[in-house]
Design a protein around this ligand. Structure first.
Ligand code: PMP
Length: 427
């Protein structure tokens, strides 16, 4: 049998050494089932990271739908096919009345690219606003929004605002309302700058729960007021639900949790439970403006295969009541971790919604981000067969984001491993 060392050497040659791998000792997995992953030696790991297999690894209903559709018909989108229409109707109906139509694609990057271009066509403006620690994808346009921090974007139409947060606020000592105003002032200045530069405002794009920023607690009211300010400036509001959507938070959409109404919604990762499937949803007028300007076609998208699998995922989420499971198990796990924060000086903060939680690891002396500890925690948890990773603007947040049927028994087992890990590492 191929050893892990041999496989690593072959991978480096075949994929190039820059292709990232998780963990100090990479994991060689061969099989998945529900929330579990199995390595080449037959060890079982609890998957607490992967949001793509949202209804579980090797989900039987999804596998059956995929096999049945592939064995019956799979073609591109230039034929009439009822399953495709039904899927798009069902997806649009999961949003509010402002959303009627869908453009299907194969990745979050593509769907965000469609959204940004849609906003530009609709408004006749080019300016795009994002946060300074975001990630929305890797094409040239979408990639020009990535993690701008203090750097200006390579794209003259893009401006970043500081992402709103309560744990490490840009100004210390303010009340929540004052902090909200402080962040909104930055947005107002950015809007004014885009107007003055002649770019104008086409859109603001945000992950609805600021996942890549580290799941910050957002000052109350910020999202809704930011959306109004952008609309007043003539721009549209794009919710990137690639991570936040599909009941990840216990509600269908992250924007339900953070309290705003988008004009355009982008979805991806969990939609196909592993089959590449993404979508940009908006009003029929917006979608038609985009189509008229681009004659958009995407070879593998809007296919009967994508639609059959996409419907199976929606059925699984609804029939198994997964939103309820996420809300219940997620709230209990968050409460347990929050309780541990009080007892440990290396846990700075516990944040998140539903089954998407972040534990911020800090240095006890000054609460500074402790990336090194976060890395040691995730590697030690992996040795104990629980798979997590690190994220956030300082990459010091342990990210917990299991498939949606993660149970309270799984959570209880994880907490035992967590306590052992913290006791072993935080000496
Ligand atoms: N939006 C967000 C919020 C993401 O986190 C990601 C990927 N991590 C993307 C978009 C891009 O999705 P994809 O990798 O499918 O292009």
């Amino acid at each position: 049998m191929t050893t892990t060392t041999d496989l690593l050497a072959r991978r480096t040659r075949a994929l190039g050494s820059g292709a990232p791998l998780f963990y100090e000792q990479p994991l060689h997995i061969v099989r998945g089932d529900g929330v579990y992953l199995y390595d080449a030696d037959g060890r079982r790991y609890v998957d607490m990271y992967n949001n793509v297999p949202c209804v579980g690894h090797a989900n039987p209903r999804v596998v059956e739908a995929m096999a049945r559709q592939q064995a019956t018909l799979n073609v591109h989108s230039r034929y009439l096919h009822e399953t495709v229409v039904t899927f798009c109707e069902r997806l649009a109906a999961l949003h509010g009345r402002q959303i009627d139509s869908v453009i299907v694609s194969c990745s979050g990057t593509e769907a965000n690219e469609v959204a940004l271009r849609m906003a530009r066509f609709a408004t006749g403006k080019r300016g795009l606003i994002c946060t300074d620690a975001t990630y929305h994808g890797n094409s040239e346009l979408v990639g020009s929004l990535t993690r701008l921090g203090q750097q200006p974007s390579s794209n003259p139409s893009v401006r970043a605002i500081p992402f709103p947060e309560k744990f490490r606020p840009t100004v210390a000592g303010l009340s929540e309302d004052e902090l909200c105003e402080a962040y909104l002032e930055k947005l107002a200045a950015t809007i004014a700058d885009l107007q003055a530069s002649g770019e104008g405002v086409a859109a603001i794009i945000v992950c609805s729960i600021l996942a890549n920023e580290g799941l910050p607690d957002i000052p109350a009211g910020f999202m809704a007021r930011a959306a109004s300010m952008v609309r007043e400036a003539g721009g549209l509001v794009i919710a990137d639900e690639v991570q936040a959507g599909y009941v990840r938070t216990g509600q269908w959409w992250g924007y339900d949790v953070t309290g705003f109404i988008p004009d355009i919604v982008v979805t991806g990762k969990p939609m196909g439970n592993g089959l590449p499937l993404a979508a940009t949803a908006a009003s029929q007028a917006l979608v038609e403006t985009f189509r008229a300007n681009t004659r958009y076609f995407n070879t593998s998208a809007s296919s009967p295969l994508q639609a059959a699998v996409g419907l199976a995922v929606l059925d699984e989420i609804e029939d198994r009541g997964l939103a309820g499971n996420v809300a219940t198990v997620g709230a209990a796990l968050k409460a347990s971790l929050t309780h541990r924060k009080g007892a440990s000086n290396v846990i700075g903060d516990v944040r998140g919604h539903g089954l998407f939680l972040g534990v911020e690891m800090v240095k006890p002396e000054d609460n500074a981000p402790d990336l090194d500890l976060a890395k040691r925690v995730i590697n030690r948890l992996k040795d104990k067969c629980f798979l997590t990773s690190n994220a956030g603007v300082f990459a010091n947040v342990v990210k917990i984001r299991p498939p949606l049927m993660f149970s309270s028994e799984d959570a209880a087992a994880f907490l035992i491993a967590w306590d052992e890990t913290i006791a072993e590492l935080a000496v």
